[in-house]
Design a protein around this ligand. Structure first.
Ligand code: AMP
Length: 432
């Protein structure tokens, strides 16, 4: 099969790496890709993965490219092309593509839709209200003592959620989104949720429109600095599995979250094929869903695919063909850890074009894979080209071993101003 992967981050590098190992794949293109993706080779036939300079939101150009190359399947990484309807567009032209269609992608693209859906089908979530009027929003936030999350309805580059701890902060947040319109049309409506307390974990389920198969748990580290301090980021590191949910508790979370979600999809005629990724807080009353994402997490994908033993193409095919019920997901018992190396200043402004040293040396190490995110090549030199630059992913029999390998690898990689958290997975060892 010939595959086109859309996106340019660490998630897409992990997808390309895993797809390259598939027995069914002969050729891979990635649009737009990154420096690490362009260095991947298919073990089966030696073919290099090729990157095409087409943006992930340039739907007409992606369609043209898929047709021109005769891609048998397109795999979508990021949320934006899904929200823009890339799946519907490819289907209308008779092309095979994996991911939720535009209607199904609303679980991520509209927080108001997701909240209404969760309430209607009894999915455990935070107490919440949806508002367009600032006065009504302020009143609801005040009824929560100002302790709330104020969320722009639409996609806002992961920045549309403002966490408030008192009434003044909540009024500022409401003002920011509904009055000053800092997030533009994405903030025409807001969802205000009560603040939940507990460990935050990521769930992923692969869905085929009828069935959903839960992945093991993973935990992201969203804050920039150790001890969960500093500003929110796209994610500074992950590990899988987490010790916070036993197998039985995970199965129970599936019953309480995924089963009613599937019933709701059936009732509303939503044909969801792709990954459903609920962000969950383990509260004292049990797991509650904060939000749904309609794609693989980043950097969750890196730790999941390091553990997945199935041929990924077979899973994506089962998701498209609605045959997941007959498929078993197989996971390595190893723990995997991903430590993100970011540019100085991230998540604020950061420089680009810094040379990265040490990549060739670590490419030979066992039980490690360095996934690229914001990288490019300048001549023969790999240089930084984004906020999150690399995801150093390692695996081992225990979390301790995986962490030791990941951090020993991190020490061998250098670029000017590189920042990373030294405590990825630490909480699991202390609190478990
Ligand atoms: P979201 O994009 O909705 O997942 O929100 C981004 C981050 O804000 C989450 O990963 C949580 O850390 C935090 N957050 C969102 N909603 C809540 C909530 N209701 N209670 C506590 N934290 C929240």
């Amino acid at each position: 099969m010939k595959i086109l992967v859309i996106g340019s981050g660490g998630r897409e590098h992990a997808l390309v790496w895993k797809l390259a190992q598939s027995l069914h794949v002969e050729r891979i293109w990635c649009a737009p890709g990154n420096a690490g993706i362009a260095q991947e080779r298919l073990p089966k036939n030696g073919a290099m993965v090729e990157c095409a300079a087409i943006g992930a939101e340039d739907l007409p150009a992606l369609l043209e490219f898929a047709k021109e190359k005769g891609a048998d399947l397109t795999v979508v990484g990021p949320d934006n092309p899904l929200a823009l309807g890339i799946v519907d567009l490819f289907h209308a032209q008779g092309l095979r593509i994996w991911g939720p269609n535009q209607r199904a992608a609303r679980f991520e693209a509209s927080k108001a839709f997701a909240q209404r859906f969760m309430e209607q089908y009894g999915i455990p979530t935070a107490r919440a209200g949806t508002f367009e009027e600032p006065a009504a929003a302020r009143k609801f936030a005040a009824s929560l003592g100002g302790r709330c999350a104020v969320k722009a309805d639409g996609l806002a580059l992961g920045k549309g959620v403002l966490i408030c701890r008192d009434v003044e902060q909540s009024e500022q947040a409401i003002d920011e989104i509904l009055v000053k319109k800092s997030f533009g049309a994405a903030g025409r409506q807001i969802v205000i949720q009560e603040l939940l307390e507990g460990e935050e974990i990521s769930l992923h389920a692969l869905c085929d429109g009828k069935t959903a198969k839960l992945f093991p748990t993973a935990q992201d580290h969203k804050r920039a600095r150790e001890g969960d301090r500093g500003p929110n980021t796209g994610g500074m590191g992950t590990y899988s599995p987490t010790p916070f949910l036993s197998e039985a508790e995970l199965a129970d979370a599936g019953k309480k979250i995924i089963e009613p979600w599937l019933r709701g999809c059936a009732a509303e005629g939503i044909d969801y094929k792709g990954i459903l990724y609920p962000g969950v807080i383990l509260t004292r009353e049990g797991p509650k869903v904060l939000e749904f994402n309609a794609r693989f997490g980043d950097p969750e994908t890196q730790v999941y695919l390091a553990r997945l033993e199935n041929d990924l193409i077979e899973l994506l095919e089962a998701s498209i063909e609605s045959t997941l019920g007959k498929t078993e997901l197989k996971w390595s018992p190893f723990t995997s850890v991903c430590v993100v190396l970011a540019s100085a200043g991230y998540p604020g402004a950061y420089p680009k074009g810094q040379p990265i040293h040490g990549l060739e040396e670590v490419a030979q190490l066992p039980n490690v894979k360095v996934f690229h995110a914001g990288t490019a090549t300048a001549g023969k030199q790999v240089v930084t080209n984004g906020g999150r630059v690399l995801g150093v992913t390692a695996w081992g029999e225990t979390l301790e071993k995986a962490r030791a390998t990941a951090y020993a690898t991190v020490e061998k990689i250098h670029f000017e101003g590189a920042q990373f958290r030294r405590d990825i997975g630490h909480k699991a060892m202390v609190l478990a």
